[in-house]
Write a protein that binds this ligand. Structure first.
Ligand code: HEM
Length: 184
């Protein structure tokens, strides 16, 4: 696809690749930029989702509260709209607490588990803390801050919240087993 092909596409119909071709022109630069975004996008989102599932499986009381919220806001047999996702206060607490406790950058991980900042239970995964806590800018930086802030932070959070909705199975009568547990 050439620069001229992209110019012929109406602006509102252009995607990321179209925009990069328009800005960069050099095919190698387009490929490099695309790769940078795709690699930056994949791992942190999937890691956050994996740890959220892990903690929900270990904390059935939290999973039950999450199910109650999902059921109230969009019903257990529907997928949520973007607006409904924004209404899900408890789901956001689950997401934020997972982003606080689990992070691929050690510097962020260390900061977000400091007992002098987060209190004596800093090492405990406790979504409820977010119902009353407003983090100061530099004590909670899962997406970094300033000029290097994550470009996909809104999309990343939307992905995690959407997944929490999609795995309603967690609480809909299904019990997840951890490797060291047995059916009884
Ligand atoms: C829960 C999900 C995510 C987390 C926790 C996360 C976290 C981060 C962090 C901490 C940085 C800064 C790294 C640094 O300081 O060098 C970053 C950068 C970046 N992220 Fe994310 N990210 C997430 C999802 C995404 C998604 C979904 C995308 C794209 C669709 C994305 C695209 C990027 C890009 C392009 C950068 C580089 C920004 C720059 O250096 O100018 N991220 N992310």
């Amino acid at each position: 696809m050439s620069f001229e092909d992209v110019e012929a596409i109406p602006e509102n119909d252009r995607n990321l690749v179209h925009t990069l071709i328009r800005e960069e022109k050099d095919p190698k630069a387009v490929k490099d930029q695309l790769l940078a975004v795709l690699t930056a996008a994949k791992d942190p989102s999937s890691m956050t989702m994996a740890f959220a599932i892990y903690e929900l499986a270990r904390n059935p009381d939290v999973a039950a509260k999450l199910q109650e919220e999902i059921s109230r806001v969009c019903g257990l047999s529907n997928l949520p709209t973007a607006a409904q996702i924004q209404e899900m206060t408890y789901a956001k607490c689950v997401m934020k607490e997972t982003l606080r406790m689990y992070h691929s950058l050690y510097s962020v991980l260390g900061l977000q588990r400091r007992t002098d900042v987060w209190g004596p239970d800093a090492e405990v995964w406790k979504p409820e803390r977010w119902l009353s806590h407003t983090a100061e800018t530099w004590s909670f930086i899962p997406f970094n801050h300033g000029p290097r802030v994550c470009l996909g932070r809104v999309f990343g959070q939307q992905q995690v919240l959407y997944l929490l909705n999609k795995i309603k199975v967690l609480t809909a009568g299904t019990r997840l087993l951890l490797p060291w547990q047995q059916w009884n």
